[in-house]
Design a protein around this ligand. Structure first.
Ligand code: UD1
Length: 375
């Protein structure tokens, strides 16, 4: 059972669903409904050629507790009904934590794709989701050696942890030709290398008026030198009305292919997104992360990312430095487009072993007797 709920999950679920199917395992695809708009969900299914979900939980928006509880309540009855051999969750959104918790308490084996990332900043809801999900899941698939270290230090046993690479990169490499063929730059009157791309949606950046004001002042200074386009998440758009400096052009949320096309054509990307730090590294585009920390340090040590905080002078100085002296493109090991195949091979082997065991012998949590099937 493969579970996705929000934008970044869809990008990660696609190659894993395909790779699991290629091993001959049966899959059920669950959409929790955390994201539900056409722009936040529907367009991703079209852009990624992602199959329609077999089950939609319609959890919707709400406070963290309300949203997490809505996913848990709906997911529990589905899990009881379908009794899958393994539940696969992705990333660090509320749906990830909710479904991992339900699976763990039901004694169903669970696998976390993108395990072990840590920002060290517990004020981020995603950090809490990562820590708890990693404690709950049986199989932990990591993108980087640091992530493996975090998992082992957190008490995971070596046989639970697998360094497999990055499934977002699988999708990026598979779809980049389609992305580059999109007419989005021409439609917006943009020239490759002639603009910067901005995305902001973290509560720490957009919910606090003082932080947002400081950031907007910095972004205005940068836009005076390099015009910025800003596809805004609904959370952000609501807070920006009438406050944008000249030189920053607000767009609605963009789909996956247009997002990749806009990143690839940009001279500079400014973001607080986790996924975009990784995508710019693979595309070789300079990226400035408008946060105090990153859970993806590999994009700094082996990529094009710099973590620059939110303070006006520091952000502007870093942007001018990146415009004048762009970093040299590099790509981390195992970010090669085959992470999903590694994950599918490991899960197929694990299920073949656990499901072949006689029912009377001790089984790890979640193992069930029967055929090696992911439902
Ligand atoms: C969530 C994830 C975040 C991820 C982001 C990607 C958590 C804690 N956060 O943040 O890690 O980077 O998704 O986009 O899970 N909304 C809509 N339409 C939608 C969905 C949401 O308008 O389809 C609006 C609603 O007003 C909602 C708000 O966006 O209240 C926030 O949505 P939510 O899913 O709670 O968190 P994100 O900020 O999207």
């Amino acid at each position: 059972m493969v579970v996705a709920g929000a934008r970044p999950n869809f990008v990660k679920a696609k190659p894993v669903l395909d790779a699991l199917a290629a091993t001959g395992l049966r899959t059920t695809f669950v959409h929790t409904g955390q994201h539900y708009d056409e722009a936040m969900s529907g367009v991703f299914f079209a852009d990624l050629d992602l199959r329609a979900p077999d089950h939609h939980l319609a959890a919707g928006s709400g406070s963290h507790a309300v949203q997490t509880a809505a996913v848990m309540t709906a997911f529990e009855s589905l899990l009881d009904r379908l009794a899958p051999d393994v539940v696969v969750v992705f990333g660090d959104v509320n749906s990830t934590l909710a479904c991992a918790l339900v699976a763990a308490k039901a004694g169903v084996r669970s696998a976390h794709v993108e395990a072990g990332l840590r920002s060290g900043d517990r004020s981020m809801p995603e950090e809490i989701n990562r820590i708890v999900t990693d404690q709950l899941c049986d199989d932990l698939f990591a993108t980087s050696p640091e992530a493996v270290e975090h998992l082992l230090r957190g008490g995971a046993t070596p046989h639970q942890v697998h360094l497999v690479g990055n499934v977002m990169v699988d999708t990026l490499l598979a779809r980049q030709a389609d992305a580059f063929a999109r007419p989005v730059l021409a439609e917006l009157g943009l020239r490759p290398g002639g603009y910067g791309l901005l995305t902001l949606h973290r509560p720490a950046n957009v919910d606090d008026p003082a932080t947002l004001t400081d950031l907007l002042a910095a972004l205005g200074e940068i836009a005076a030198r390099c015009p910025l386009v800003f596809p805004a998440h609904p959370r952000t758009a609501a807070r920006l009305a009438g406050r944008l400096p000249a030189g920053i052009r607000l767009l609605g949320p963009v789909g996956y292919l247009d997002s990749i096309a806009l990143q690839a054509g940009a001279r500079l990307v400014l973001t607080d997104s986790g996924g975009i730090q990784e995508e710019t590294t693979v595309l070789g585009v300079p990226c400035l992360t408008l946060r105090d920390s990153t859970e993806r340090p590999l994009t700094v040590t082996e990529g094009t990312n710099r973590v620059v905080g939110r303070e006006r002078a520091a952000v502007v100085a870093a942007a001018f430095e990146a415009l004048d002296h762009p970093p040299f493109p590099r790509r981390p090991a195992l970010w090669d487009g085959r992470a999903s195949q590694r994950i599918a091979a490991i899960l197929a082997r694990a299920l073949a072993v656990t499901t072949a065991r006689p029912a009377a012998t001790a089984q790890p949590p979640g193992a069930s007797a029967g055929s090696p099937v992911i439902r």
